[in-house]
Design a protein. Structure first.
Length: 372
């Protein structure tokens, strides 16, 4: 018999966070999150996203043993201002038993019906800045720190339950050549001269902070036409700034300004933390911090994390400047393998950016949707 229980205590929330550690214990491709970060993300008193969202967490039990989990989410900004009558679900994990999956999803149906919503979609986070999608290709690849890994049976369950795919993301492996192509450097120089653009030099982490708000504004402008878009709010920006930007190395950030000093484009790359996070196994202690620090200081792999371009400069070759800077950093630091973060499959403009780096699609993931 399957029973579903709402998470109401801190102990249960920890069980909720730790369940995948048991489910994927022997999986060589699953990359565990840091438990402390997960607890804070799900904590309704700490994560400012709950100013415009609410969530209910559930655990599934079979004979007193936890066999699944789900978060059911209402993003009121999405529902009321954008007009998407959607109930979200995320943090979905379960054993290979479709009845467990079905029982967990029933909670999303109940909350959706109670709030007069039209459909359920997931897995997604609270906003479009978080993990999303069920893996449908790339089961023998490590996930990155900002993606979920799932066994193949997850997607099979949704197909059996007559869900349809909604949003689909693709990810690519890129090969970085040992030197910058001459035509690439020449084109970058032409674009700089034509539009009066220049690269902002950062000497320390604190130099980056004044630009963070504008970076998020550019993200909103860059992706506001995509189907998953939900505007990033200022209180979320402040939260991400405090939580993450102090850890980003200046060399990994490229910012482009116009002749007036206004930010027109940026990119953030990150060293690959996947192997380090596997070694840390959810904790910075006793040695997790060491593995993460080592990955940050010396690494032959990186991930393209974020890129934003002012609409006025899109299609004008600004990406050539960004990639010249990024590749120079890669070559200087011995990074020759790069992975893109998930891009919506219809976002062909972004995918065209990788054409000079022998792109190989190695992962695909989708959200699944069902009408209520």
């Amino acid at each position: 018999m399957i029973t579903i229980q709402e998470v109401t205590t801190k102990k249960q929330l920890l069980q909720f966070v730790k369940f995948p550690f048991k489910l994927y214990k022997d999986c060589p491709y699953w990359v565990p999150p840091l438990t402390k970060d997960e607890m804070e993300t799900l904590d309704k008193t700490k994560n400012p996203v709950f100013k415009n969202a609410e969530a209910t967490y559930y655990l599934a039990y079979k004979e007193s043993v936890i066999v699944g989990r789900i978060a059911v989410i209402l993003n009121h900004l999405e529902i009321n201002e954008i007009g998407k009558k959607k109930v979200r679900f995320g943090w979905l994990d379960m054993i290979d038993d479709i009845n467990v999956t079905k029982a967990l999803l029933e909670k999303a149906y109940e909350i959706g019906a109670k709030n007069n919503l039209e459909y359920v979609e997931g897995p997604v986070g609270f906003s479009n800045m978080e993990k999303a999608g069920i893996l449908t290709q790339g089961f023998e690849e490590l996930n990155t720190m900002i993606t979920w890994y799932q066994y193949p049976y997850y997607a099979n369950h949704f197909e059996a339950l007559e869900y349809e795919k909604q949003a689909t993301w693709v990810e690519y492996k890129l090969t970085i050549p040992p030197t910058i192509k001459e035509r690439f450097a020449k084109f970058s120089s032409i674009v700089k001269q034509r539009y009066g653009l220049s690269v902002i030099e950062f000497n320390s982490k604190k130099d980056i902070i004044p630009y963070v708000d504008t970076m998020f504004e550019l993200l909103n402008q860059t992706y506001n036409s995509l189907q998953t878009f939900v505007p990033i709010q200022q209180y979320q920006i402040d939260y991400y700034k405090e939580k993450y930007f102090s850890f980003i190395q200046p060399d990994y950030v490229t910012c482009i300004q116009d002749k007036k000093g206004a930010l027109v484009a940026f990119s953030i790359v990150m060293p690959s933390f996947s192997k380090a996070l596997k070694k840390a196994n959810g904790s910075l202690l006793p040695f997790g911090w060491y593995h993460l620090l080592k990955a940050q200081k010396k690494n032959d792999r990186a991930a393209l994390y974020l890129i934003g371009i002012d609409p006025e400069y899109q299609g004008k070759g600004v990406t050539a400047i960004i990639f010249e800077e990024v590749q120079h950093f890669f070559n200087t630091n011995g990074i020759d393998k790069v992975e893109t973060n998930p891009e919506l499959i219809e976002n062909t403009a972004v995918q065209q950016l990788w054409k000079d780096y022998a792109p190989k699609k190695h992962k695909e993931r989708s959200t699944f949707k069902k009408s209520l």
